[in-house]
Design a protein around this ligand. Sequence first.
Ligand SMILES: *Cc1c(COP(=O)(O)O)cnc(C)c1O
Length: 387
Amino acid sequence: MSDNRPANNPNQPRQVPLLDLPRQQAEFSAEIDEALKRVTSGAAYILGPEVKMLEQQLASYLGVAHCSGVASGTDALVIALRALAIVRTGKEYFSPDDEVIVPSFTFTASGEAVLHAGATPVFVDIDPATFNINPEAAAAAVNSHTIGLMPVHLFGNPCPMDAIMELARKHDLFVVEDVAQAFGASFGPSKLGSFGTGAFSFFPSKNLGGFGDGGAVTTGEEELATVIRMLRTHGGRDKYNAEHIGYNSRLDTLQAAVLLVKLKHVERLNRCRRAIASYYDQHLCGLDWLTLPSAVPGGEHVYNQYTVRVLNGKRDLVQEKLREKGIGTAVYYPVPLHRMNLFAGRCKTAGSLEQTERACAEVLSLPIEPLLTEAELAYAGQCLRDL
Ligand SMILES: *Cc1c(COP(=O)(O)O)cnc(C)c1O
């Protein structure tokens, strides 16, 4: 093994990584090497047969009519929004008067994509129990300029899609789901990404991750799917008759080949993530300085992160103590979008963002590597209980 970290005695681990991509890679390397060899010997590097195959398998797994591979999760969001602008308004971009309601507690790209599509993000607060957009705050933010909603299924936890879709129907709003962190999660009987237009990321640390950047857009609407496919290749139906201001944003054939292998294992890895979460739920409950995450009723959480709240202003101290004990943690996210310079003068806020601010100060994500051993998990749990 070319791993240069200190060796972990398997029976008495003293290191527990937040995530361990080399470990996952070792598990699948034979299968993946073979798949990569097939691509390099065929040399169809751009939109080769593996891309189409992956798109079909993803569409079938997610229960959607159309799925298009793109170059990243960020591009998936941008292209979804641009395609909606084209189909809904007949214009290339939305206008700054057009408002899209987005949670402020998310990764930068969720809000940034709205700006790329020409609209204005309106940041609303989260439900403190789930870290996800508060549907009541979203409802209160709707006005005559509102054109769409962007629920972000943060940390792998489904947003309450019944309330979101009801709100969208009531005001004729589009819904773009940011499913970057929630591949395979569901709400009720349906997979996420099948409610609205779905934007997925295959960034290596996501639940379905490639060997670099990648993403996909899902939709049930044929016309939208056509425009999405046009936008990813310079806005044309064919190579030399461009109609829209497009992008070069394709999913690499090599990435598709890796993802086809990993897709076969994603359910098992998601089950591992859920088992780790359930271990933490059982072994960390009752600590008075800690609040454990809760899943939305009716949703199946896939734990891209297991994110707790550390109370009483002790988050940074706890993180440091855990680091000393070899426990990998991370803060997602320390800065809400409405506080970033990027959005200054380019966004609106609606209602109080108190829960967002509180989450940024309290959250800490614990080791969620799906292939953690029981001994590693037990050590992490013990370290947390001993704090
Ligand atoms: C990762 C992520 C993205 C962006 O995906 P990339 O593939 O990195 O461009 C968007 N939204 C959220 C919530 C993410 O976690």
